[in-house]
Design a protein around this ligand. Structure first.
Ligand code: DX5
Ligand code: ZN
Length: 213
């Protein structure tokens, strides 16, 4: 299980400390939540902060774009140091544009990820499962940390797993803790994003370990 702690729940005045804290306790990737105030009703991290995080992190940066027009900014986030770049299906105008952006991201030699919001049916993204490296299933409405896990969204993992090549990484994001993480693992997930569960825990090591089993 690939564990990707979301720094949205970290202390933004102590990002270096908080990145080291999860890296030293078993984090595989660092999840960077980029929000633009348009695609989601919140504004968080952009390109310069992502570039600064790259200087600090020793594990791959897993960048989750929750923005409109991701094709405009993909190159900048790749230059800033994204190792996995995930954008939203709902932010794109056509399936052809989705395919073009997946191919553009992969042409830089990094992993391309596609994400779906809770109301998007998995059938919509089946045509891309042989193209993307990672499929991110949102189990909360994107925009904020600390929301409640929606189990009916996690059910989509099963449909995706059945139709995907074994190399596809299925990632889940939103309301993940030891219990909900186990549900996702049983449905076939390979990667868990967790923000508040890890960063608000008194014992970060056991929080991360509890997601790995
Ligand atoms: C939500 C973000 C998540 C968020 C998860 O829009 O994409 O990555 O940080 O936070 P928790 O784990 O607290 O639900
Ligand atoms: Zn995220």
């Amino acid at each position: 299980m690939i564990i990707s702690p979301s720094i949205l729940s970290a202390d933004f005045a102590n990002l270096e400390r908080d990145i080291k804290r999860v890296e030293e306790n078993g984090a595989d990737w660092i999840h960077v939540d980029v929000m633009d105030g348009h695609f989601v009703p919140n504004i968080t991290i952009g390109i310069p902060v992502t570039a600064a995080l790259k200087r600090i992190a020793s594990v791959p940066l897993d960048v989750h774009l929750m923005i409109d027009n991701p094709e405009k900014y993909a190159r900048d986030f790749i230059k800033a140091g994204a190792n996995i770049l995930t954008f939203h299906y709902e932010a794109m105008k056509s399936d052809e544009e989705v395919l073009n952006l997946i191919r553009l991201i992969k042409s830089f030699g990094i992993k391309a990820g596609l994400s779906i919001k809770p109301k998007t049916a998995p059938g919509k993204i089946l045509p891309f499962l042989n193209e993307v490296n990672l499929l991110l299933v949102m189990t909360v409405e994107p925009g904020f940390g600390g929301q409640k896990f929606m189990e009916d969204c996690a059910e989509k993992i099963k449909v995706i797993r059945k139709n995907a090549p074994s190399t596809l990484i299925i990632q889940v994001d939103g309301g993940i803790n030891a219990d909900t993480g186990r549900i996702c693992r049983d449905f076939g997930a390979d990667s868990l994003v967790a923000g508040s569960y890890i960063y608000k825990s008194a014992d970060i090591k056991s929080a991360i370990n509890s997601l790995k089993v």
